[in-house]
Each structure stands twice: as C-alpha cells, then as structure tokens.
Write a protein that binds this ligand. Sequence first.
Ligand code: ADP
Length: 209
Amino acid sequence: MELNKRQMDILEIVKADGPITGEQIAVRLSLVRATIRPDLAILTMAGYLDARPRVGYFYSGKKPSKSISDSMNAMKVGDFQSMPVVVSEQFSVYDAICHMFLEDVGSLFVVDKSSHLTGVLSRKDLLRTTLSNHEIDKIPVHVIMTRMPNITYCVKQDTLIKASKKMIDKQIDSLPVIVDTGDGLEVVGRMTKTNITAAFLSLADDHEL
Ligand code: ADP
C-alpha cells in the first residue's frame, strides 16, 4: 500500500513523538482534526499505527501487511504447483485406475511417445468407463480421455488468480502446467484446487487472521 505525503508526515510525527493525540498531530500539521481523520484510520487499519483511547497514537513498529489483493496478485503457479503424474496413451483404463490410487491424485495427464501432452483423465472419466464396460484392462486410455486441443492448461508464470478462474470457468479440478517446446506441450507440473486452498491458507498466515 502506498502512503500519500500527509500520511508519511503523520507517521514521522508519531514515530518521533508518540504517543500523541490526533488533535496534537493536526496542530503540528496546521490542519484540523477532521481533515486527518481518514489518514489516521488508514494508518491504523494498515497496521502502521496503534491507537489507545485517552493515550493517543503510537508507532506500532510492525511491518505493515500487504493488502490481500496485492498478496494474491503476487502468487504464481510455479510457487504452488505439485508434481505431475503422467501416463502413456497405451495405458489400459485398469492400469490408469491403479496408478491414480498409487500416486494418490485425482487426475492423470496423458502423453504420447515424445512426452507431449495429449489428454487428461479424471476420476469420473475412469468411473464412467468402468460402469459401462467389463474389460477395462483392454481399453487404452486414449479412447476415453479428454483430448487436445480441448485441454485447458497454465504456465508457471501465470498468477494463481488466472489459474483459479480457468478451473472455475471450465468446472475442472486440475490444470497441467506446461512448457511449450514449439513442437508440443511438455508437462512440468500440476495445479489443483488443493494447491489453491493451500495458497488461500498462506494468505491467512500473512495476515495473522
Ligand atoms: P471429475 O470428472 O472427477 O469430476 P474434473 O471436474 O476435473 O473431475 O473433470 C471433469 C471433466 O473435464 C472430465 O471429463 C475430465 O476429463 C475433463 N478435464 C479435467 N481436467 C481438464 C483440463 N485441464 N482440460 C480439459 N478437460 C479437463
């Protein structure tokens, strides 16, 4: 948060001479108390100043916390992503289900022989196939996956806000984090709703909620 000139002046006065009343600060600035009331409120809310009834304002010494929106805009996919779990297009549905359990993930990314992203498998994709088919060890995953170019993905440099919006808009639980190599998309990470929840929690730590 950026302070204006008057707020900086107030901060200097309180640092030097606090505790000091609002009235006294106003006199020092040749202003009336009402004029500086919004500035004092902002400085107090942002954590620069503490206010005690009948004592006045004093410098908190605390580092002012960034606004929640500043903190959120600084959060990048690369700082919160998980390791991707990938399977080949030839994996059977049965093997993919086993893999999902072993790796403890909710989605698998499917890659071709050159390790380029070709599809996504969700829990329900696998469940659906299992309900309607008894030979899941014979069906390759490329038959049932959601495939390129319909895959929604993100890159490390994206903000978490952008990634969250994609997940909500498309009603999906995860995004592959990719690097575009020019001849295909290489999967380098996994961004999930759980990663977003962890990021949300870290904001609470920042703000000591
Ligand atoms: P579930 O199907 O278990 O509820 P999702 O909500 O993630 O899990 O998936 C819903 C559908 O969207 C599935 O058919 C899945 O293949 C597809 N899907 C999942 N993630 C993506 C993605 N990143 N891009 C495109 N489609 C996806």
